[in-house]
Design a protein around this ligand. Structure first.
Ligand SMILES: Nc1nc2c(ncn2[C@@H]2O[C@H](COP(=O)(O)OP(=O)(O)OP(=O)(O)O)[C@@H](O)[C@H]2O)c(=O)[nH]1
Ligand SMILES: [Mg+2]
Ligand SMILES: [Zn+2]
Length: 303
């Protein structure tokens, strides 16, 4: 490579990245446990495109990033804080790191934390090198109606749903068609013109990129972040090694105010067991063994 004099290098650095090209960015939001990582994985499984992924998990441990099937140098984690408030600088730094790469990714997807207000992140989606492609917000068919009736959660969920370009009713197959329709109506009461789809036929993930949102967004109209997060996050130590049965017993005994818990435990013969708790749904599943998959504590979020 030809050597570059400092003067020339300075000029290079002054140019927007990638010859002024703007990489489309998709934000995936929605309440805790609504299915953001699941749909993201689905999407990554269905495309070969080089996609940069940023995953924000509010606990001290980023479980989600360990669950992404396609982990690579293009996966970045934003841990121990919410990207819309306490982790804003972390997001800025991650995007700066992307910008510094010689080759742009095809697309950037950010999984927001389950308590994030997507509006707060919009300014980054139109920063140098990026343009907003769309805001997808998941609404959990098994929980959204009840969550919207909970005074502690309603303001947060309204803030999450309002800026969406598309709302996906997740976990549709777990409810009756009446419940699904109730979830859809609950979303429409907040945003009457919102496009709302469900994930019943398994094709929704492939429609999430290239939404090409045309919605006008006034960056000056972004309200200051308010502390909408009514939750407390704790870490519970897990026994090592342990068994599915013991873990089931442990999570069944979690206090009733636990809305979300997740962790990776050490099972028999150095296997891994994934714990997933969303409200009353509590599951322990064997996890295909990946490299560097160290067991974690259990991240527990209480309301
Ligand atoms: N049956 C069913 N389960 C789902 C679906 N989507 C997600 N889940 C389950 O719901 C739990 C939470 O899913 P995640 O994808 O981790 O949810 P999340 O929104 O990323 O959660 P946080 O990042 O912690 O806010 C997991 O046990 C998933 O397997 C779905 O469409 N159907
Ligand atoms: Mg997630
Ligand atoms: Zn936040």
């Amino acid at each position: 490579m030809a050597s570059v004099s400092p003067a020339e290098r300075d000029i290079e650095e002054g140019i927007a990245p990638w010859d002024g090209r703007r990489v489309p960015m998709t934000l995936i939001g929605g309440y805790l446990g609504s299915g953001k990582t699941t749909i993201l994985n689905d999407l990554l499984r269905k495309t070969e495109r080089p996609i940069a992924v940023l995953v924000n998990d509010i606990g001290e441990i980023n479980i989600d990033v360990r669950l992404l099937k396609r982990r690579s140098s293009d996966t970045m984690e934003l841990t121990d804080g919410c990207v819309c408030c306490s982790m804003k600088e972390g997001l800025g730094a991650a995007l700066a790191e992307l910008r510094a790469r010689p080759q742009p990714p095809d697309h950037v997807i950010i999984e927001l934390s389950g308590v994030a207000d997507p509006t707060q992140v919009l300014p980054w989606s139109n920063s140098d090198g990026f343009r907003l492609d769309g805001v997808i917000v998941l609404a959990d068919a098994t929980g959204v109606t009840q969550q919207l009736n909970d005074e502690r959660l309603r303001p947060l969920l309204e803030r999450q749903i309002t800026p969406a370009d598309l709302v996906v009713i997740s976990k549709s197959e777990l409810v009756t068609s009446d419940e699904r329709e109730a979830a859809r109506q609950a979303v429409l009461r907040i945003s009457p013109d919102m496009p709302v789809v469900d994930d019943l036929d398994g094709t929704v993930a492939s429609t999430l990129l290239d939404l090409g949102t045309r919605r006008a967004r006034d960056a000056t109209a972004i309200p200051p972040p308010t502390l909408l997060d009514p939750h407390q996050t704790e870490l519970y130590q897990l026994p090592r090694p342990t068994t599915s049965a013991a873990l089931m017993e442990l999570i069944e005994a979690l206090p009733g105010d636990v809305v979300r818990a997740k962790g990776i435990a050490e099972g028999p013969d150095d296997s891994r067991l994934l714990i997933q708790v969303v409200g009353r749904r509590r599951r322990v599943m064997p996890l295909p063994r990946a490299e560097d998959q160290d067991p974690t504590d259990l991240v527990v979020i209480r309301l």
